[in-house]
Structure formats: C-alpha cells, structure tokens
Design a protein around this ligand. Structure first.
Ligand SMILES: NC(=O)c1ccc[n+]([C@@H]2O[C@H](COP(=O)([O-])OP(=O)(O)OC[C@H]3O[C@@H](n4cnc5c(N)ncnc54)[C@H](OP(=O)(O)O)[C@@H]3O)[C@@H](O)[C@H]2O)c1
Length: 298
C-alpha cells in the first residue's frame, strides 16, 4: 500500500484510509468491526477517521484496536457531542468532547482533532480554532484540522492555523479541486479526501431511500460516465484512482461496514495511478455538466 506524507505533519498515511461513520450509524457488531479493522491493519491500513457523533463508532474502534494503538494514526472530530442535530461550538464543550473521545477511543492522544464542519462565521470568530490549539498544547492531539467544504474550507486553508483539511473529493464532488486544494497544496497542508467513492451511489438503479446518497446519485445520472457501466470493481477502481490522483490529496478515507472491503479496495489500487487521459476525461465531463449548485457536500 502506497503511503504519502500528510502535508507538513510527520504522519505518513496509507493512501486508503478507513472512514468510521458507517460502522456507527449502521450499528455494526463489535465482533465484525474487530475483524474489519484488525485485518485491515494487518494488510497495511494506518489511517482511521471517526467523529464524536457517529453513534458508537469511537467506542467500537477503541474496543477493536485500542491495544494496537501504536500501529495507526487516529483522527476524530468535535462539535456535536450530543448528535449531529445538536451542534455546540463553545470552547469548553469542544474540549469536553475531545476528552470524551480519548476515553471512548481508549487512547491518551489523538493524531488529529478536526472541527466537524462548523460554519464560516464560527471559524472567523476564532474561539473554535483557539480551543483546538489548546487541546494540542495539552497533548490531547498532535495536529489540528478542519473538516468541511465550500467557503468555510477555503477560509480554513487561508487562515494558516490548521495542519490539515478533510474535504469531499470524488468523481461526483469536484468543487474542492479549484476552490481549496491548489492553495492547500501550496501551503503544505495535509489533505484527507472524505466521501472518496461518492458513496458508490451509482450502485442504485432507482433513487436511493437514504437521503445522504441522493445528491451524488442524481449528479452521477447526469454525469453518466461510461466507466460506471463497467463491472462493479472496475468502476470503483476508476473512482478511487481518480480521487487519489487529484493533486494535493494524501489519503482517501473510504467508509465501509464489511470486513473484506478494505482489502478489496486496496487491491483495486494496485493498478497504480489513473492514466492522465482518463483523469482529464472525468474532469472535462464535470466541467461540461456541473452547475453552480453542485457544491461540496458536507
Ligand atoms: N463532515 C465530515 O466531516 C464528513 C462527512 C462525510 C464523511 N466523512 C468521513 O468520510 C468517510 C467516508 O465517507 P462515506 O463513508 O460517506 O463515503 P464513501 O467512502 O464514498 O462511501 C462509502 C460507501 O461505499 C460503499 N463501498 C465502499 N467500497 C465499496 C466497493 N468496493 N463496492 C461497493 N460499495 C462500496 C460502502 O458500503 P459497504 O458498507 O457495503 O462497504 C459505503 O456505503 C466517513 O466514514 C467519515 O469518516 C466526514
């Protein structure tokens, strides 16, 4: 598994990381998570991303691989300790949330703590960033980052106070390629691609019931990339190689509920980078059909 240095941090990340939202929201059994993460670590995974509000995701990760803590880099987020619908950006609440994450993840330090998609106004006001800096000073997190999209992500890059940016990058979400990634690259920020497979939303023949998948499903119908008609593994391979071929991206945190998935997706990357021509075709098709409403999806 290829590894890339995460910007100017000392983290050398496997290009395929693990996104921890589905194991939480889909209430995957602890035994399954232990198999999933244990086998992925054995196979070369070293980046695990989760959040304070992905239900029991942090607890599941802590139980599954807390005893192997030195073998991976652990990223989590703060801002919604009482659930996504109840954000709380007060500095004291953020620090409490980070302490809770440390307990739930069964660790005494995080490699990265990220603001979980707060608004541009919160970022500009600045207390939320100062809270993360305090957590870093206290040794609770080695690095600090912003996770989100659009103008807030742009500000997070411009302000110069974050080590990393986690943002949506995929065949169905390309706003960041112009809005944030070139500057993030110049500033040597670590870049974590979230939703890197566009949720594999093309797998649904009809509009998916899950609202989280609907925007990408609709965009992909309009984009109508011919490679999406190939066998499933070939389509996933092209999608993932596109995301990892975007200049400035260091790691792609793909979410999954299935123990065999990480190795399956890792094998798809053995083909190496996407040929330049194929990458440019995907970019050209996006430029042709994407309208102003096709912004980065949080
Ligand atoms: N605001 C934020 O900070 C924010 C927002 C969104 C996401 N994130 C982070 O980004 C991570 C990834 O995002 P995501 O999980 O929404 O999107 P994603 O990685 O693009 O898609 C995950 C979905 O793809 C499926 N999948 C993966 N590999 C597959 C394959 N080879 N064939 C068929 N299906 C496959 C998974 O299903 P199976 O279970 O069947 O594998 C899962 O439903 C999250 O877990 C989270 O850590 C952060």
């Amino acid at each position: 598994m290829e590894r890339r240095r995460l910007g100017r941090t000392d983290i050398v990340a496997s290009v395929l990381g693990f996104g921890g939202s589905e194991i939480g929201y889909q209430r995957v059994a602890a035994r399954t998570v232990a198999r999933l993460l244990g086998s992925a670590l054995d196979a070369g995974l070293n980046v695990i991303d989760t959040a304070e509000c992905y239900e029991e995701s942090e607890v599941l990760i802590g139980r599954a691989i807390g005893s192997r803590r030195r073998e991976f880099c652990l990223f989590t987020k703060c801002g919604h300790a009482r659930g996504w619908a109840r954000p709380d950006w007060r500095p004291a609440s953020l620090l409490e949330s980070i302490e809770r994450s440390l307990r739930r993840l069964e660790t005494d330090y995080l490699d990265l703590i990220q603001l979980h998609s707060c608004s541009l106004a919160e970022l500009r006001q600045g207390d939320v960033i100062a809270a993360l800096e305090r957590a870093r000073e206290r040794g609770w997190a080695r690095y600090i980052g912003y996770s989100g999209d659009g103008e807030a992500a742009r500000y997070a890059v411009e302000c110069g106070r974050f080590d990393t940016l986690q943002t949506s990058v995929s065949i169905a979400d390309q706003e960041a390629l112009e809005l944030t990634l070139p500057l993030a690259r110049t500033r040597q920020m670590g870049v974590i691609a979230k939703r890197p497979l566009a949720n594999v939303a093309w797998r649904y023949a009809r509009k998916p019931a899950e609202s989280y998948h609907q925007t990408y499903w609709a965009r992909l119908r309009t984009l109508d990339y011919s490679f999406l008609r190939e066998v499933p593994d070939a389509a996933v391979a092209t999608a993932l190689r596109f995301t990892l071929g975007v200049p400035g991206v260091h790691t792609a945190i793909a979410g999954t509920t299935k123990p065999e998935r990480w190795q399956q997706n890792a094998a798809l990357l053995q083909a190496g980078s996407l040929p330049g021509g194929e990458f440019e075709l995907i970019r050209a098709r996006w430029r042709e059909v994407a309208d102003a409403s096709w912004v980065g999806q949080v």
